[in-house]
Design a binder for this molecule. Structure first.
Ligand SMILES: C[S@@+](CC[C@H](N)C(=O)[O-])C[C@H]1O[C@@H](n2cnc3c(N)ncnc32)[C@H](O)[C@@H]1O
Length: 276
């Protein structure tokens, strides 16, 4: 059921004030003076937020891990729940150690959130990211250039369909970790206006059951992963056991369902062959 109003109006107003004043939200109380122009800009932004324009479109940024990504119309806004999948990937990379260069693939990268946050945290990793939508890819390219300019290891961005059987052929059998936050909402879901009216349709919906991208993507993941490699796929909260069953049927081991911070099923991890 869509909510009647903005979920956290006070916090959002503080974020917008901090954005206008160019300070961290926690330092708002220390700002000695506000100009008439700043007040006017703040009021305009609050009015747009009241019209259910997403906070991140008004500030122009969203966070993942230690990085900030530029976001706006045409690209999915990275969500806090995906931080858990990101944390899993970092923990997995730690298990692999630092002796060899790990190969990571982010399928359905959107703004580049997962791929770029991983490249930032693990400069030794070779990170590839795949996106189908040209507009989203342009945002990912912009973010990738910005972070590379700031000194991060550049990632390889690929314009492609994650369900294409020829996807990233030269990486077949070489990938240590696949991460993916694909479109996964069942078509019938009722969404808040911030989501329904501002996130791209292609980023949100995964067919009638929410699995229309995940299901055909799994054979590619299986081909890409090296033996012992691991995958994490985010999914709709109605589909935890569904995604786990698809991975089990594809021969994966150590298939594990993970909840998000609200305790809802949110992502599944699995290993190709014996867990290493
Ligand atoms: C839910 S968004 C996630 C974006 C990003 N991973 C994140 O967490 O912020 C899903 C993304 O998958 C892209 N996408 C949808 N179908 C695709 C496909 N078949 N191949 C590649 N990308 C696809 C969408 O354009 C969108 O950018």
């Amino acid at each position: 059921m869509a909510a009647a109003g903005v979920h956290s109006p006070a916090a959002d107003a503080e974020y917008l004030a901090a954005h206008v004043l160019g300070v961290d939200r926690m330092r708002l109380a220390l700002v000695p003076m506000v100009t008439a122009d700043q007040l006017e800009e703040f009021r305009k932004l609050v009015a747009r937020r009241a019209e259910r324009v997403p906070l991140q479109h008004l500030t122009g940024t969203a966070a993942m891990g230690e990085i900030d990504l530029a976001v706006g119309p045409g690209v999915f806004i990275p969500r806090p729940e995906t931080e858990l999948l990101f944390a899993w990937a970092l923990a997995r990379l730690e298990v692999l150690g630092h002796e060899h260069q790990p190969v990571v693939v982010d399928l359905c990268t959107g703004s580049g959130a997962l791929a770029l946050a991983i490249a930032h945290a693990r400069p030794d990793a070779q990170v590839h990211a795949v996106e189908l939508d040209s507009e989203a890819l342009a945002w990912a390219r912009r973010n990738a250039l910005q972070l590379a300019d700031e000194g991060d290891t550049p990632i390889d961005l690929h314009h492609g369909d994650v369900t294409d059987p020829a996807l990233l052929e030269r990486l077949s059998g070489k990938v240590d970790i696949v991460v993916s936050n694909p479109p996964y909402i069942p078509e019938s879901a009722v969404l808040d206006p911030e989501v329904a009216d501002h996130d791209p349709h292609r980023a949100l919906f995964g067919g009638p059951d929410g699995l229309s991208v995940i299901r055909p993507m799994i054979p590619n993941i299986t081909r890409l992963l090296r033996p012992g490699g691991a995958v994490a796929i985010e999914h709709d909260d109605t589909n935890g056991s569904g995604v786990a069953a698809l991975l089990t049927a594809a021969g994966y081991t150590a298939v594990l369902e993970h909840p998000d911070l609200a305790g809802k099923p949110r992502f599944v991890v699995a290993h190709r062959g014996t867990e290493l």
